[in-house]
Every structure is written in structure tokens, then in C-alpha cells.
Design a protein around this ligand. Structure first.
Ligand code: UDX
Length: 450
């Protein structure tokens, strides 16, 4: 049997997770149809234009379309009928009360229910709280045609991809978790991942973990919550370093040399943002309290993170004796480098606070300015966008770095210094070398650094 012809896949939702997943699976040889409800986005993708920036994605999209293994469905119902594995990758935004809004998952469930023309394996991949898979299963069952005997399983296969390195995390996974409660679902998902493990040269027994649906839902949240707590921990250490004239970068490096701690996620700064960590932390706290578990450890990690932007703007105000009437160059708007995504980015509260306090801002980001302008439209002279970090800094009283893009490390600082009104750099990501910046004649301040 040629298994490669056996598994037809539909990916519902072509966003930051869905599109790389769909294209990755197509590149591994599976026929994949993308189902996208946003017609404009669907048109862009079908023409070969990814609707967001992710390194390598445009090439992979072109390859997928040219090979015919990836297509954007003109008729979503037909695509769902044609596929056996239906992967749900829709958005689950945070509600006001901290819980996750699952309405897009519910809608996907209804579309699936309309198209149950044979056995379907529905794979819940959207980041969603514990219980979402069961809710999807019940929703599909309830919406299926009366009298029909729908045959389907709901499994969970969380995506651990990180924006900016999404393709690398897809093609070189450190783990694949299959959360499924039926042997048929486990067999299908294992087979779907077989070419991935072969290509990555990873032994299945070291990479693949098969467990229950509910356990898998906890795994995804626990992973992201742990990373968030690690960042908040080092940020508190940074505060202590600042108070005691120690250097958090050296502390992080030294504690990270202990393999039990490991070096990743020990970069102090203005806090974690993005569509996953902040949302997952609050959803995990919410789910825990719904089940009578007081996850106060995470509550504190969240509180620490929420305080970071105000601490940063406070430090800037102190350095400038107030920001009112000052011109500030803001370098970096996305929540991390190599993405245009500014969702829940620390830049949002920082820019809001500086504008509120009367500063004039010159914003720059290599990729995120278009998205950021939807939140903060240009409004000269108080808010303008610059086409280079240097032009943002022209005549400014300070440069603040909010995202550690490589572009900022390569700015020629000695030639920038005389073009600024006041040579202050406040590095919210500790991405510049303090000694080199000071040698160039700047007053340099990082986070938790001497
Ligand atoms: C995260 C998880 O890492 C990934 O496994 C999951 O699938 C989705 O959520 P992502 O949101 O792309 O990925 O970003 P990540 O690299 O985790 O960074 C999150 C935030 O933490 C960023 O704002 C980043 O700047 C910040 N961060 C990260 C720090 O402040 N310090 C660090 O040491 C690491």
C-alpha cells in the first residue's frame, strides 16, 4: 500500500501555525488543502504571497503550489469531504476574563460536522485550554446530521513551532506529541509524522510521545507556562542585579551552564509577548482555578511580566528627567525578531505610555510597521514611522530597543551619535554590547546590567 497516497489532509485556518504546518506537511509529500475563511488572506496565499512574514515561508509556499501538493480550497466543504485528517489551526484569542475564546473552534466543528462523509480524524492543533478537544468532539457529534452515524475521532497534536524559526521547528521537532484515545487515530497520526521523522533523522522512540487527549492538552500549556515562568524569574533576578550592581547577563549565562536549568529563556528584558505565552499563562491559571487549583506561582509570573513595560518606561523617564516634549526613537515593535507579529508585544504598552506622557515617537521595525500602524496610525509630529533605525534616531533624545533584531546590532553607532540630540540608548533586550556602545560615546543602559 502506498501510504503517501492514503492520507489526504485539510488544514483549517492558515495563520501563523496553520500555514507553516500545511506547507510543511505538503513538503513531506502529503496532499494538503488549506481552508481559510478570510477570503482576502486565502487569495493572497493561493497567489503565492504569504499574508505574514516568516523566514523561508514564501519559498515553501511556492514549492507547495508548484508541486500541486498544497492548494487553497475554493470549496471548503469539498476539501473537508475529500480529506481524512482534518487539522484545526484556528485562532483562540484571549477573552476579557482571561479564558480563551473558542468560537472559531466551534465554527470549525460545525463545518466538519456538515461534511462527515466517512471516517475523519479531527486533529485539534490550535492552542486551546484543557477540555477544548472534548468540546470539539461533542460539538461535531451534536451538529452532525440527525440520524447519521458519524465516524470520527478527535485527537490533539500540539504545535511547538516558534515564530521567526517556524520552519526549522516544524522540520526539526524536538518532540511530537500525539494525544489520541483510539488506536486508529494513533496509527494515522504516527503515519502522518513518519516522513518527518525520517527526514529529520530522528528515532521515533526518542521523539514521539503518545498519550491521552487530556494529558496532551496539559503538556502544551505546561510547556509554554514553564517558559513564561522562566522569563519572569530571570526578569526578577535582573531587578535584583540592578539594585546590587550585578550583571544579569553573566548570571544567566552561569546558571544556564547547569544542564538542569539550561540556557534558553533566560534573557532578561521588557518581558514576554506574542500570541502564545501571555495567552497560555492566563488560560492555564483560568483552567486551574476552574478545577479548584490555585496556580499562584503562575499568577506571579504573569504579574511580573505585566509590570515590565511600566518599569522600562519609568527608567526612561528617570534617565531623561521626564519624557514629555522629548523625541524618542523606538527600535523594534514585533514581540520578537524575525516576525512581523506584534500581538501582545511589550511595545504596545510602552508606546501607549510614552505617547500618553507627551513624548514624540519615531518608530522603526524591519517587518512589523505595517501591522503596528493598524494599532497606532501615524500622527505627526507625535507619532511617525521611520524607514531606517538611523533616521528614527535623527535628532532624538533617546533610542529605546524593544526587539533584538540583528539590524540594530549592525547600526554604525559612532556615526549615529552626533546625529542625536542626546546620546542615550536604553536597551530593553540587552542585545548590544555595553562596552562597545559606551566606547561610541553613548550613555548605555540595559536591563539588570551594571
Ligand atoms: C512560543 C513557544 O516557545 C512555542 O513552543 C509555542 O509553540 C508557541 O509559543 P513564540 O510565541 O513564537 O513561541 O515565541 P517565543 O520564542 O517563545 O518567545 C515568547 C516571548 O518571550 C517573546 O516576546 C520573547 O522576546 C520573550 N523571551 C523569550 C524573553 O523575554 N526572554 C527569553 O529568554 C526568551
Amino acid at each position: 500500500m502506498d501510504e503517501q497516497d492514503e492520507i489526504r489532509i485539510a488544514v483549517i485556518g492558515l495563520g501563523y501555525v496553520g500555514l507553516p504546518t500545511a506547507l510543511g506537511l505538503a513538503d513531506l509529500g502529503w496532499p494538503v488543502a488549506g481552508v481559510e475563511i478570510d477570503e482576502k488572506k486565502a487569495r493572497f496565499i493561493a497567489k503565492g504571497d504569504p499574508p505574514f512574514y516568516e523566514p523561508g515561508l514564501a519559498d515553501l509556499l511556492r514549492r507547495g503550489l508548484d508541486s500541486g501538493r498544497f492548494s487553497v480550497a475554493d470549496d471548503p466543504d469539498a476539501a473537508l469531504q475529500d480529506a481524512t485528517v482534518l487539522i484545526v489551526c484556528v485562532g483562540t484569542p484571549r477573552r476579557e476574563d482571561g479564558g480563551a475564546d473558542l468560537s472559531q473552534i466551534d465554527l470549525a466543528g460545525q463545518a466538519i460536522a456538515r461534511n462527515l462523509n466517512g471516517y475523519k480524524l479531527v486533529v485539534q492543533k490550535s492552542t486551546a485550554p484543557v477540555g477544548a478537544a472534548e468540546r470539539l468532539r461533542k460539538g461535531i457529534g451534536a451538529a452532525a446530521q440527525p440520524g447519521a452515524q458519524p465516524e470520527f475521532d478527535v485527537a490533539v497534536n500540539p504545535e511547538f513551532l516558534t515564530e521567526g524559526t517556524a520552519l526549522d521547528t516544524f522540520f526539526n521537532p524536538d518532540r511530537i506529541i500525539i494525544g489520541a484515545d483510539s488506536p486508529r487515530a494513533v496509527a494515522l497520526l504516527s503515519e502522518m509524522h513518519r516522513p518527518l521523522l525520517e527526514r529529520a533523522g530522528k528515532p521515533p522512540e526518542e521523539t514521539l510521545l503518545v498519550t491521552g487527549v487530556g494529558t496532551t492538552e496539559i503538556i502544551k500549556h505546561a510547556s509554554n507556562a514553564f517558559l513564561a515562568a522562566k522569563v519572569s524569574f530571570i526578569n526578577m533576578v535582573a531587578d535584583l542585579c540592578e539594585a546590587t550592581n550585578a550583571d544579569v547577563a553573566d548570571v544567566a549565562r552561569a546558571i544556564g551552564m547547569d544542564p538542569r536549568i539550561a540556557p534558553a529563556f533566560l534573557k532578561a528584558g521588557i518581558g514576554f509577548g506574542g500570541s502564545c505565552l501571555p495567552k497560555d499563562v492566563s488560560a492555564f491559571i483560568h483552567v486551574a482555578s476552574e478545577h479548584g487549583v490555585d496556580f499562584s506561582l503562575l499568577r506571579e509570573a504573569e504579574r511580573v511580566n505585566l509590570r515590565r513595560p511600566a518599569q522600562f518606561t519609568g527608567a526612561l523617564a528617570q534617565a531623561l528627567s521626564g519624557v514629555g516634549g522629548k523625541t524618542i526613537a523606538v527600535w523594534g515593535l514585533s514581540f520578537k525578531p524575525r516576525t512581523d507579529d506584534a500581538r501582545d508585544a511589550p511595545s504596545i504598552p510602552i508606546v501607549s505610555a510614552l505617547l500618553r506622557d507627551g513624548a514624540s515617537l519615531r518608530l522603526h521595525d524591519p517587518q512589523a510597521m505595517r501591522e503596528f500602524q493598524t494599532l497606532f496610525p501615524p500622527n505627526p509630529p507625535s507619532l511617525a514611522y521611520a524607514d531606517s533605525p538611523e533616521s528614527a534616531a535623527e535628532g532624538a533624545d533617546a533610542v529605546v530597543i524593544l526587539t533584538e533584531w540583528d539590524d540594530y546590532r549592525s547600526v554604525d553607532l559612532p556615526s549615529l551619535r552626533p546625529r542625536m540630540a542626546n546620546p542615550l540608548i536604553l536597551d530593553g533586550r540587552n542585545c548590544l554590547d555595553p562596552a562597545a556602545v559606551r566606547r561610541a560615546g553613548f550613555d548605555y543602559r540595559g536591563v539588570g546590567r551594571r
